[in-house]
Design a protein around this ligand. Structure first.
Ligand code: ATP
Ligand code: MG
Length: 409
């Protein structure tokens, strides 16, 4: 045991050389610093950290100067919160001054930020015990919250009093579900009870933040279990879920299991579960235009199975490769070889790919809407392999069609 409440462990963490050098530079400048948060957690779980965060016992300006002297590029990415981003060998690391958050104003943002000199205070403001571990190559692992034990037991537990922590920042409710789903951790009993009780606070959280957490949550390996365990929490995130039954949730989870972990695919069963309020739910997700378009396609056409090459080509021409791929994955992936074949062979799927132009049809005497109609009719013939996509063949087919085009649909 080290100082009161803290446990030091002789754990060795293999670090990227750039991170080692940053920590050395801080040591040389006399600034105490530790790696903190997700990178320590992921390393201990045998996962590759997505990114590295450092907490430092100095104001961001001083930290930044020490790192610049060591050859880093330093960007003032959040000076007000004590954060700078340092880049070395192409690796970006966030460095934040040890902080203790003040009163929380709106169930999300601390009204004030207090810089402190003790790593202990810094880890105590963090959300979950597995996210509150600190590591330094020479000092080892510092654990003030029993994080290592929880991590080994696969338990997600709030640092401190769960109800108070969720009241401070209600987004932590969804972070808990996301980490539980992503890591396959059980949620400790008091933490679980508190997050259920405090879930209505999620109504006051920015939709974009809720959506980002939901997207992470549905892609987690234990998402089906987490979603079925906390239907009330989800009902505070998406309108319409409050009307779904336990059986509906179970069916949704089953559907989720069969889908690869891609946010649009995994969100679809959840949005469907919103029933008559699905459109409202879709809006609430604040997706990018790209994601929203793809999700709409799944909702509207997901049940129309694509089983043959003509159907595949029509969809590919209309929706593009990315959406078509998602639609096929949603449908179980059986038609993916058709997509591969169509792309490999460069099969014509849209009027733009026809080897004939509107101008060619005008030269045949067609005008106005008849041109578009004929191009579409030609495309359909090409897609059904009835006419090759060759200029002469298409012109011949257009002449034949032109004779039939009497201006009606
Ligand atoms: P991920 O792998 O998803 O990035 P992470 O643990 O790195 O996981 P971040 O959101 O990047 O999560 O946050 C970094 C660290 O900051 C967390 O590990 C946690 O210690 C702390 N933290 C982040 N958000 C909160 C919050 N809302 N309340 C308290 N602590 C938080
Ligand atoms: Mg992170």
């Amino acid at each position: 045991m080290g100082e009161a409440g803290s446990v030091k462990h002789n754990i060795r963490m293999e670090l990227p050389p750039a991170v080692e050098r940053m920590l050395e530079a801080l040591d040389e400048a006399g600034i105490e610093a530790y790696l903190v948060g997700g990178c320590v957690r992921d390393h201990l779980l045998g996962l590759t950290p997505k990114d590295y965060d450092i907490a430092a016992a100095a104001p961001p300006e001083r930290t930044g100067e020490a790192l610049e002297r060591a050859g880093c590029r330093v960007y003032p990415t959040g000076i007000r919160h004590g954060t700078v981003t340092a880049v070395l060998d192409g690796l970006a690391v966030e460095l934040t001054a040890y902080r203790a958050d003040g009163e929380y104003a709106d169930h999300r943002h601390p009204g004030s930020v207090r810089f402190v000199s003790d790593i202990k205070q810094d880890v105590l403001r963090r959300d979950f015990t597995c996210n509150a571990l600190a590591y330094h190559p020479q000092k080892g692992l510092v654990d003030h919250v029993g994080g290592l034990e929880d991590l080994r037991a696969g338990l997600l537990r709030c640092v401190g009093e769960p109800e108070a922590r969720f009241e401070e920042d209600a987004l932590r409710i969804l972070r808990a579900l996301r980490f539980s789903a992503a890591l396959g951790f059980a949620i400790e009993k008091k933490t679980a009870e508190a997050l259920i009780r405090k879930a209505p606070l999620l109504h006051g959280i920015a939709r974009e933040r809720v959506s980002a957490e939901l997207q992470g949550l549905v892609c987690g390996k234990a998402a089906p279990e987490v979603l079925t365990h906390f239907p009330g929490v989800l009902a505070c995130c998406l309108p319409g879920l409050e009307a779904a039954t336990e059986a509906d949730f179970a069916a949704m989870a089953e559907r989720l299991r069969a889908l690869p972990p891609e946010p649009v695919l995994r969100l679809c069963p959840l949005v469907r579960l919103c029933g008559p309020r699905a459109e409202e739910a879709l809006q609430a997700l604040r997706l990018s235009a790209r994601q929203e378009g793809a999700l709409r396609l799944l909702l509207e056409e997901g049940d129309d199975l694509i089983e043959d090459m003509p159907a595949l080509r029509r969809t590919l021409g209309r929706c593009g490769e990315e959406r078509t791929r998602l639609l096929l994955l949603w449908q179980g992936g059986r038609a993916l070889p058709l997509l591969r074949e169509a792309l490999e062979k460069g099969l014509c799927c849209s009027v733009h790919e026809l080897h004939i132009r509107g101008g060619d049809l005008a030269a045949l005497g067609l005008a106005g809407p008849a041109i578009g109609r004929t191009l579409n009719a030609l495309l359909e013939l090409v897609i059904r392999d009835e006419v090759p996509n060759k200029r002469e063949s298409l012109l011949a087919a257009a002449r034949e069609l032109g004779g039939k085009d009497d201006g009606t649909q």
